[in-house]
Design a binder for this molecule. Structure first.
Ligand code: UDP
Length: 467
């Protein structure tokens, strides 16, 4: 018998899943949401983050409804930003993370909370090895799009000849032809960031051994990619994993992820947005990590000052110094600049007319689910490929293209905003955004494609464990 729907509870015994996250906001958020869903369906979940993050993140208004435990990345005092290099950080995360994960599994066992399965972020394939050693089931969860995983998988197998020439196109199963500009930045320029190149490519080093493979996406969204992948992979889509109140509303009061690296200005944004009419505001946010150049910030600032629309711009504290002098004061009659917001609450406010985004996968899924059209300004990693899909596959936005120096000019940004906000020109994109929003919400709703996959995972796990 289940608490929720899956067969995860029997005579008081519940399947206990240890969810191990990669220490980045864009990775923790979807795994938190997925964990809430497993919990809602009757599984016992223990959520694992690094010691540094647990100690240094502001308290959430709505913390997750399950225990949070820690492992160490060997940077307990300063986290990722205190690492001497990205490769060194990942080497220590794996080495010390594995040791402390073993300690945690042992401690939970001693406390009578034996773990039945570990579910982990694909960026940390070493968790599977620890799980196997411990004799538990293993499930890998990919936080990026299936298309992006498929590209990295081909790179891992040496099936893409790199680098691509400027005009060359590659064809990978189920994905529209891609030029170098559409590929993830680590693939377009393999030497650009060796510390992350290793991580994204090595996600596949042991996937054959995983009991389940899951992706934060939904079947209808990447149907062609999934149909092709089905021949080689057992990938199941379980997304979009965003707070339930913005999707299927099955989990009561689930309005927030419940874990922020930065303190959000919720009240300030809410009040300001309430004073604006429907569809009139441009929301601008570049996620938790992207850093724009000073020149790019100036171009974007110029574009926002020029358009007729009001704007709400998230500029993280580490980016503020790059704003043109007195920009916030000079544009106070039409704009609000905040260091961090509750992005879902903002996106779903009726005053929002479009989202200027770096096209991080979570931001993309959130806008798609809520039905907000996008101006895509990808910076690096998978964002370029996400932007390609937004523009050419789902057609819910426009990509603002950089010039030959790599900067997206203010005139280009203003032009894209105008196209989307304009009553006539933006009609088609707004219509597509509404259609995709409905499909996304249906996927996680009762009986939807992702909902069925989650039930199947839990039933199979319970049956394998004789629960
Ligand atoms: N986010 C937020 N408030 C902000 C900006 C971003 O809550 O002011 C959240 C956003 O909703 C998303 C995550 O931070 O869930 C960013 O993830 P994404 O994959 O879009 O980008 P990343 O930070 O990984 O580059």
């Amino acid at each position: 018998m289940a608490d929720g729907e899956g067969k995860t509870v029997n005579n008081g015994k519940r399947v206990h899943i240890l969810v191990v996250t990669y220490p980045a906001q864009g990775h923790i958020n979807p795994l938190l949401q997925f964990s809430k869903r497993l919990h809602h369906k009757g599984a016992a979940v223990t959520f694992v983050i690094t010691k540094f993050l647990l100690k240094n993140s502001p308290a959430a208004d709505r913390p997750p409804p399950f225990p949070v435990e820690t492992i160490s990345d060997d940077h307990d005092a300063g986290g990722f930003l205190s690492a001497v290099s990205i490769p060194d950080y990942h080497e220590r995360l794996e080495r010390v993370g594995s040791q402390t994960l073993r300690d945690l599994l042992r401690r939970l066992d001693d406390d009578g909370r034996r773990v039945d399965a570990v579910l982990y972020d694909g960026f940390m394939p070493w968790v599977l090895e620890v799980g196997k050693e411990w004799g538990v089931k293993t499930a890998v969860y990919f936080t990026q799009a299936c298309a992006v995983n498929n590209i990295y998988f081909h790179v891992y197998r040496g099936e893409i000849k790199l680098p691509l020439a400027a005009e060359e196109e590659i064809k990978i199963g189920g994905i529209p032809p891609l030029t170098a500009a559409d590929l993830p930045s680590f693939v377009k320029d393999v030497k650009s960031c060796p510390g992350f190149w290793d991580v994204v490519v090595n996600q596949f080093r042991n996937i054959e051994e995983a009991d389940w493979l899951m992706c934060n996406s939904f079947y209808e969204q990447e149907k062609q990619v999934l149909e092709w992948m089905e021949k080689k992979w057992r990938m199941k889509t379980v997304g979009p994993n965003i707070p339930s109140m913005y999707a299927d509303r099955q989990i009561d009061d689930d309005w927030e992820y419940g874990f922020n690296f930065f303190k959000p200005d919720g009240e300030v944004c809410r009040k300001w947005l309430d004073g604006h009419r429907k569809g009139s505001v441009v929301f601008v946010a570049f996620g938790s990590f992207s850093a724009l150049s000073v020149e790019q910030m100036e171009e974007l600032a110029w574009a926002l000052a020029q358009t007729n629309s009001s704007f709400l711009w998230v500029v993280r504290a580490s980016e503020v110094a790059k704003l043109p002098p007195k920009f916030a004061e000079a544009t106070a009659d039409k704009g609000l600049v905040v260091p961090w917001c509750l992005q879902l609450e903002v996106l779903s406010h009726e005053s929002i007319g479009c989202f200027v985004t770096h096209s991080g996968w979570n931001s993309t899924l959130e806008a798609l689910t809520i039905g907000v059209p996008m101006v895509a300004m990808p910076q690096w990693t998978d964002q370029t490929t996400n932007a390609k899909f937004v523009m050419d596959v789902w057609r819910t936005g426009i990509r603002a293209l950089p010039d030959r120096t790599g900067i997206v000019r203010g005139t280009t940004i203003a032009d894209c905003i105008l196209k989307i906000m304009d009553d006539d020109e933006g009609k088609e994109i707004r219509r597509n955004a509404a259609i995709w929003g409905t499909l996304a919400r249906q996927a996680v709703d009762r009986g939807g494609s992702s909902d069925r996959n989650i039930d199947e995972f839990l039933s199979q796990l319970a049956s394998d464990l004789n629960i």
